[in-house]
Design a protein around this ligand. Structure first.
Ligand code: FAD
Length: 476
């Protein structure tokens, strides 16, 4: 067992940095960028935790992990106990440990944040989950008393998977309906291999399936069967279909060949495995110069993917300044290190094409920042006469996504707001139709993995309460 050190010594220690692949090598391969803590590094970092009695970090975790307790188990070198502690509430620890914006969640509330060196909770979570997987240590399955009631879940992203795991642990019969041939939602088709290896998603999904969750793939609810018809077969439904419909800028030339939505571009690379060329021969045009419009996580993933797929220059085009960039700072930092070229205060106004309809460039305008707008950020204002042209071979629109209406159209009585997102109670996930619950991006708009996990947990609890009270969709 590692030595317990005094609170004074804990405060003196610096955060253990994450070992990473060298930027000049990694920008041409799809291997994971952060390499993960070693055993020694994890213990050293865990020893810094002050084990606060009234731990604030827990408040910042929608997955409700008992953070001080799992960290204490790392110090005790009982990694199996640490893993089981996390699994009590988070079924996707290797995933959340990698992609959660911890700096905005648990770590923001860490008492050491005031000194600018909060405990690296996400890195420790990742270490524990990776250790368990690599050492063939599985979660202790709870003794499940089977319940007669059944729940249908639409979508297998983090919201659907979490809700399924929590309900299966309570003994319910759970069936997930997934439109694609693989489970995981954005975790498999959106987030690239170099940030979230697909083998890890597969592993954690399979651990959830072991709880007895039934899965039906290649099944588009709303097309194969309506929500109304599905509701006759289940006691309750959880709609977690995400918000995957692409958005475009609606500027001239956007229908030229080689203008992609980020979703299409990333799906070709990740889900359809263009990144694994020559083993997979999925068509994806890159050319020499790629322009990605937007500056969120999706834009960073697209620009970094284009670079790895062979672009000589990969640009981010963003109409606001560096300060307003919405992507995680770690992702921006990684993108900069890898050589992504940022064009701030730049607005694309036209895509230019040749006579065959192929992209050859973009016309842009320079912007300046004005007063603060309703989003709390300074409004970008075009500078007249500042038009200029940039030569590019492909354009990737990464300006956000929206709700796909297929599911909502087939769900009578389940109301949506003006953007097509389901209206659901924040505390229960209950929609406007009794027995139907919803959560994740299809309620919040594009949000985060951890908020989807949190919504899945909230809905599972509410569904259990609904069914325990003797109610059911079937008898409505
Ligand atoms: P999704 O993950 O979108 O899953 C929905 C699932 O439902 C999909 O599998 C879909 O195929 C399925 N589905 C849809 N319609 C139907 C239907 N009609 N019938 C059956 N199945 C259906 N968040 C972070 O926290 N950190 C990050 O670093 C991060 N990076 C991101 C990078 C990219 C490229 C993208 C696109 C998003 C990123 N996000 C990130 C956001 C995060 O991934 C989402 O907020 C989260 O995945 C939402 O989870 P969800 O379960 O609501 O939906």
């Amino acid at each position: 067992m590692a030595e317990m050190i005094s609170p004074k010594d804990r405060m003196k220690r610096e955060q253990v940095p994450m070992p990473e692949q060298n930027p000049d090598e990694r920008n041409r391969n799809f291997k994971e960028v952060p390499l993960g803590y070693t055993r020694e590094q994890a213990i050293y970092e865990a020893q810094r935790c002050l084990q606060c009695k009234n731990a604030k970090c827990v408040i910042g975790c929608p997955a409700e992990i008992n953070i001080p307790q799992f960290i204490k188990k790392i110090v005790e070198e009982d990694f199996s106990a640490a893993y089981n502690e996390i699994l009590k509430t988070d079924a996707l620890p290797a995933i959340t440990g990698r992609v959660c914006p911890q700096e905005e969640q648990c770590q923001k509330h860490c008492i050491l944040e005031k000194q600018g060196k909060p405990i690296s909770i996400g890195r420790l979570e990742r270490f524990v989950a990776d250790w368990a997987r690599e050492n063939n240590v599985h979660g202790k399955l709870p003794k499940i008393e089977k319940k007669e009631k059944s729940i249908g879940i639409v979508g297998s992203g983090p919201a659907g998977l979490t809700c399924a795991a929590d309900l299966a642990k309570l003994g319910y019969e759970v069936t997930i309906f997934e439109a694609l041939h693989l489970l995981g939602g954005v975790l498999v088709y959106g987030i690239p291999e170099f940030r979230l290896p697909k083998a890890i998603v597969k592993y954690e999904v399979e651990e959830i399936e072991k709880l007895g969750v039934k899965v039906i793939k290649d099944y588009v609810v709303g097309a194969t069967k309506s929500v109304d018809v599905l509701a006759r077969d289940f006691d309750a439904l959880f709609l977690a279909n995400g918000a995957g419909a692409p958005r475009f800028m609606n500027i001239p030339g956007e229908n030229y060949n080689d203008v992609y939505s980020a979703n299409e571009f990333l799906t070709r690379s990740n889900l359809m495995k263009a990144y694994a060329f020559p083993e997979y021969d999925t068509p994806i045009k890159i050319g020499k110069r790629a322009a990605t419009i937007g500056a969120g996580n999706v834009a960073m993933d697209s620009a970094r993917t284009a670079l790895r797929l062979g672009a000589e220059k990969s640009y981010i085009i963003y109409r606001r300044s560096r300060k307003e960039v919405p992507a995680r700072s770690e992702e921006v930092h990684h993108a900069e290190e890898e050589g992504i070229i940022f064009n701030f205060l730049t607005l694309p106004i036209k895509v230019l094409g040749d006579k065959n309809g192929n992209v050859i460039g973009m016309e842009c305008k320079k912007m300046k920042l004005g007063e603060t707008d309703e989003s709390g950020r300074r409004r970008p204002i075009p500078i007249e006469g500042s038009e200029f042209t940039i030569e590019v071979d492909i354009v990737i629109d990464a300006i956000g996504t929206s709700a796909n209406p297929i599911l909502a159209r087939s769900a009578t009585g389940v109301e949506t707001n003006k953007w097509g997102y389901f209206i659901a109670d924040e505390k229960t996930g209950a929609t406007t139709k009794e027995g139907i619950f919803s959560g994740g991006d299809i309620v919040r708009g594009s949000a985060t993995v951890i908020s989807a996990v949190g919504d899945g947990k909230v809905a599972a609890r509410a569904i259990d309460k609904f069914l325990s009270s003797g109610k059911s969709l079937k008898i409505k």
